[in-house]
Ligand binder design. Structure first.
Ligand SMILES: [Zn+2]
Length: 362
């Protein structure tokens, strides 16, 4: 399956060129490979909201949701948001990573572990803007793999949030408390749409992470993670939920009418990474010459960029009699096919048309 998870820098340029002429735009700086990092400024309100997406180049869903949010904000009906807030939006902080479909930048640095060193031009672009504008809220927009469940009893984490810690005691500082409450407001407003599908990230303090360092600097910071939804590998459905989360957040920040507490934040189930993409049962497996009968096989997809589309390559996670994973999809090999043997060599599936079809993304 080929899908449109790939969002290279040209698509940012195309989007920006289509915005109304009066929209304020500027280039904040350049990536390692010299690509521009664009900023869109919207609104004239007092409270400043800083948003940045694709700090990890291969996490495009929150950017696609910004493609929906920006026109929505510009629409006259939403005038109230532009009156009350001023938005600073970086659609793609890591254009080199976006182009290559990698998490890291062109120097193989994870920009979300560079908040102290600021060793990379992209990290400095973000920090300089942060220092210049002193935002009232910071939104750190990411995407997560399919492995996360919203707690042990929940479903797959379609969205996850974190109000990062500001110190190793994970204190609820005023900035962190504000972020927690905003997350609770989003969580509540999306409950009916994605029941049991929203998780909370581990809040272990890491000052190298941008969200932690911004919270430490006293700014309420919210980490968004666009996750998986059943059968939605292109993440088009997830994109809609992210957009709804943005809207819910803005309504909350505007009205503050919801009575929410930090205690509710801790009731959001914490992410658990025990999902695999596919479990195939009743399979005979051959590895290094030995055949293991009637096994379960766990398959995890690896995203590979092929020309201008992302493909999902099945890779072996584990096999055994009873695997300790939850799966997005279950398949049982039919009785007339149980003599087909799946062969592995060093965890690589030896290709076979029957299994290629069986394991592919549906
Ligand atoms: Zn990320």
């Amino acid at each position: 399956m080929r899908c449109k998870r790939y969002l290279p820098p040209e698509q940012i340029e195309t989007f920006l060129n289509k915005l109304p002429k009066e929209t304020k735009q500027k280039i904040l700086g350049f990536s390692v490979n010299g690509l521009p990092i664009h900023l869109v400024e919207l609104g004239k309100g007092e409270r400043k909201i800083l948003m940045w997406s694709q700090m990890h180049g291969n996490e495009s869903t929150t950017t696609k949701a910004l493609f929906d949010l920006i026109p929505w904000l510009i629409d006259a009906e939403q005038e109230v948001f532009l009156d009350k807030f001023k938005f600073y939006i970086i659609l793609q902080l890591n254009p080199d990573g976006a182009k290559a479909y990698t998490r890291a930048n062109a120097n193989q640095v994870d920009l979300n572990r560079d908040a102290i060193d600021l060793s990379q031009p992209e990290s400095r672009v973000l920090r300089n803007l942060f220092d210049e504008i002193h935002p009232d809220y910071a939104l750190n927009l990411h995407g997560q793999r399919t492995i996360y469940g919203a707690g042990s009893n929940g479903k797959v984490a379609t969205l996850s949030f974190l109000a990062p810690s500001a110190d190793s005691q994970r204190s609820i500082t005023p900035a962190r408390a504000e972020a927690m409450k905003a997350i609770v407001a989003m969580y509540e407003s999306l409950q009916n749409e994605i029941p049991q599908g929203i998780g909370r990230y581990d809040d272990h303090f890491n000052p190298n992470c941008v969200g932690d360092s911004f919270t430490q600097a006293g700014v309420p910071t919210l980490l968004f993670e666009a996750g998986h939804f059943p059968n939605d590998y292109p993440r088009e459905q997830v994109k809609k939920y992210v957009f709804k989360a943005y809207q819910a957040l803005l309504h909350f920040l505007l009205m503050k009418e919801k009575n929410v507490t930090t205690a509710q934040y801790f009731k959001i189930p914490e992410n658990k990474s025990d999902f695999v993409d596919l479990i195939v049962s009743q399979l005979n497996v051959k590895q290094e010459g030995i055949v293991y009968k009637n096994q379960q096989v766990a398959i995890q997809y690896i995203e590979v960029l092929n020309k201008d589309a992302v493909e999902f390559k099945p890779s072996l996670k584990a096999y055994g009699k009873e695997l300790p994973f939850r799966a997005h999809r279950h398949v049982t090999v039919p009785a007339n096919k149980t003599e087909v043997v799946l062969e592995f060599s060093e965890n690589k599936i030896i290709s076979n048309p029957y299994f290629s079809k069986l394991f592919s993304v549906k």
